[in-house]
Design a binder for this molecule. Structure first.
Ligand SMILES: Nc1ncnc2c1ncn2[C@@H]1O[C@H](COP(=O)(O)OP(=O)(O)OP(=O)(O)O)[C@@H](O)[C@H]1O
Length: 234
């Protein structure tokens, strides 16, 4: 039996009487890639934030590796997940390197391991000469690269990626894809939101379709194509 990296059970999230997530249920098996799809406002980002506990769920259970429960082991739960937000969330007062060190501390990465990883990733993303710069002196794409490196530093069971490849040039996209494939080989499980399924088809095996906070359907990517052809009337 495959290990279930993530189990989401009866997850609902209400905010000011508005139901943003309605009884969501799904599981992700170890080493799989799932694309979270749906129209603007369907609840994709909210679902990620609920998994991360950035937004507080109203009901339900969220469990990592079949044992670490968001409700009972909050700190160790948080350390099992790395998150790449759609827009970079960098701190104006920290240099690029200090951001990496902050992530190293939060995920308890040993200093030598961290430095080795940083070394390799800044070379890959062509940021070697930016380590001592502050975010405001970087381009938008460079900031996105810094945020991407932050998310790639920890070795965690689950990665949540909101709109991968946004703002990255083609070289960075290729390199990022390579890194994701490496992570998958190491057993990391990926959940990513996207509006362009074509872009993630190479790596994603499964989909989850949200509509107005409800899980409308889920299955393999091949099945999604069939659903789409049925509804789009192309
Ligand atoms: N902090 C918040 N306060 C109030 N409403 C919110 C909040 N965050 C999200 N919502 C609402 O929740 C719904 C889902 O938003 P969410 O950002 O999760 O959608 P999404 O599927 O990620 O959309 P997009 O494709 O546009 O990124 C929307 O109706 C949005 O207005």
């Amino acid at each position: 039996m495959m290990l279930k990296t993530l189990q989401v059970q009866n997850l609902s999230l209400k905010l000011n009487d508005k139901i943003l997530l309605d009884d969501i249920q799904f599981e992700l098996e170890q080493g799989t890639v799932t694309a979270l799809v749906g129209h603007n406002g369907a609840g994709k980002s909210t679902l990620m934030k609920a998994i991360l506990a950035v937004m507080e769920k109203t009901t339900g259970k969220i469990i990592i590796n079949e044992q670490i429960d968001q409700d009972s082991e909050f700190l160790s739960f948080k350390q099992q997940i790395s998150y790449l937000p759609e827009e970079p969330l960098l701190l104006t007062e920290l240099t690029v390197m200090q951001h990496f060190q902050l992530y190293g501390k939060s995920y308890q990465i040993k200093e030598d391991v961290l430095n080795r990883k940083v070394d390799r990733l800044v070379k890959g993303f062509d940021l070697v000469d930016k380590l001592n710069e502050y975010p405001e002196s970087l381009s938008k794409g460079m900031r996105q690269k810094v945020q991407t490196i932050c998310a790639m530093l920890p070795d965690v069971p689950l990665m949540l990626i909101d709109e991968p490849f946004m703002g990255l040039d083609i070289y960075a996209i290729d390199y990022f894809e390579e890194l994701l494939k490496e992570k998958l080989k190491d057993g990391t499980t990926l959940l990513l939101t996207t509006h362009q399924l074509d872009r993630v088809k190479d790596i994603a095996g499964f989909f989850i379709l949200l509509q107005q906070g409800k899980l409308l359907s889920k299955g393999s990517i091949e099945e999604f194509d069939t659903i789409k052809r049925g509804t789009d009337n192309e």
